[in-house]
Design a protein around this ligand. Structure first.
Ligand code: NAD
Ligand code: UD2
Length: 325
């Protein structure tokens, strides 16, 4: 039975990964400070260590005896990184270095969350992994810093690792009540409450929305490249440690206005749109090329946006039913 550490495992993406790993029979340990994550997101089979991913001693202890580490803990918000530059840097880059350092000490392969934010405004769309990286946010700069340290970790310290540049991930458990959440959960919550949706700027900016189930599949396949290949614990670590980086995306562009219309149609109406000021440094277009990840990780076709949004709606429905009982 393979044993995994998932940092940030009580959060949105992390908890879906924990469900999948535990469901496949793996032993899962979670390190999370529960700042945005929730204990209730975790299956009973997972062991939760409440602690700070930027604390080296905590991370080393959490990594003892595992076969692979998925590093997802972060302050996952461009806006929060703008408000608290140094505080988010401590967690987002400091936490990644703490994880790589513990992995070096314990000989553990690492799959970690990077972001499309590393690219900034890229003139060539869809964006391939070889495009220049020019982040437009402190959050993106720290994600890029994490990739640079991961490359050093492989080349110099022998830590096999894969960084996954998630584009805009959505799905059940993404908090509709937080202004720092992703746009899909914010809009879905606003429409549910019968409120107008607030579009920052003219709404012509585009994003590549990828379903959380597809992200979980990419995370698990990436671990299969460098570490325990499956829940039965087959180890496939290559002789020469690698630092690989892949986009996790669909290749499909959706404008923020079109997204609002799509979500409103699911609710059986039309969206009332309020135009707010553009977010400083907001990226205009962000659509990724999924080909390299598909080829290297053997990924299937992505979930269509409409089906994924219906899943979000069903999850919100279930939550409303629970609140009423
Ligand atoms: P999330 O906020 O739901 O999950 C992050 C988790 O990290 C939370 O459970 C939180 O409690 C935990 N955490 C935060 N600071 C911590 C600390 N100091 N110590 C320990 N735990 C800490 O966000 P998410 O959307 O699930 O993001 C997961 C990862 O994916 C992050 O690294 C994020 O940057 C990355 N990512 C997310 C998206 C997206 O669209 N959601 C896109 C690109 C990259
Ligand atoms: C960035 C990253 C993403 C992830 C995320 C973490 C890019 C392209 N993507 O997402 O990979 O790391 O950060 O937070 O860098 N918007 C509105 N109204 C709202 C909320 C958002 O119009 O109420 C707009 C916002 O201005 C932006 C788009 O929706 O143009 C998406 O915003 P987001 O906060 O969901 O994600 P984004 O793209 O900053």
């Amino acid at each position: 039975m393979a044993r995994f550490l998932v940092t940030g495992g009580a959060g949105f993406i992390g908890s879906h990964l924990v469900d999948a790993l535990a469901g496949a029979g793996a032993k899962v340990r979670v390190l999370d400070d529960l700042s945005t994550g929730r204990r209730e997101n975790l299956p009973a089979a997972a062991r939760l260590i409440v602690g700070d991913v930027a604390d080296p001693g905590t991370v080393r202890a959490a990594m003892a005896g595992v076969d692979g580490c998925f590093h997802l803990a972060a302050i996952a918000s461009v806006a929060r990184a703008a408000e608290d530059w140094l505080g988010t840097h401590r967690v987002n880059l400091g936490g990644t270095i703490a994880v790589l350092d513990a992995a070096r000490a314990r000989g553990v392969p690492v799959v970690y969350a990077s972001s499309a934010a590393v690219y900034g405004d890229c003139p060539d769309q869809p964006i391939t992994e070889t495009a220049p990286t020019r982040p437009l946010s402190a959050y993106g700069a720290d994600k890029l810093g994490g990739e640079l340290h991961a490359a050093v970790a492989a080349r110099v310290f022998g830590v096999a690792n894969v960084g996954l540049r998630f584009f805009n991930v959505y799905g059940p458990r993404q908090d509709p009540g937080s202004p720092y959440s992703g746009v899909i959960s914010i809009f879905a919550g606003q429409l549910r409450r019968g409120e107008p949706v607030e579009v920052f700027g003219d709404g012509g900016q585009t994003r590549d929305f990828v379903a959380v189930a597809d992200v979980v599949a990419a995370l698990r396949a990436a671990m299969g490249r460098i570490g325990p290949g499956d829940a039965a614990g087959r180890i496939t670590t290559p002789a020469v440690p690698q630092a690989l980086v892949f986009n996790v995306c669909t290749g499909i562009a959706t404008s923020i206005r079109a997204l609002a219309a799509e979500l409103a149609a699911l609710e059986g109406g039309t969206a009332v749109i309020r135009e707010g000021p553009a977010r400083p440094g907001d990226i205009r277009h962000s659509v990724g090329c999924p080909d390299a990840a598909r080829a290297a990780l053997g990924l299937g076709p992505p979930m269509p946006l409409r089906a994924g949004l219906a899943g979000v709606r069903a999850w919100l429905d279930a939550g409303l039913r629970l609140e009423r009982t």
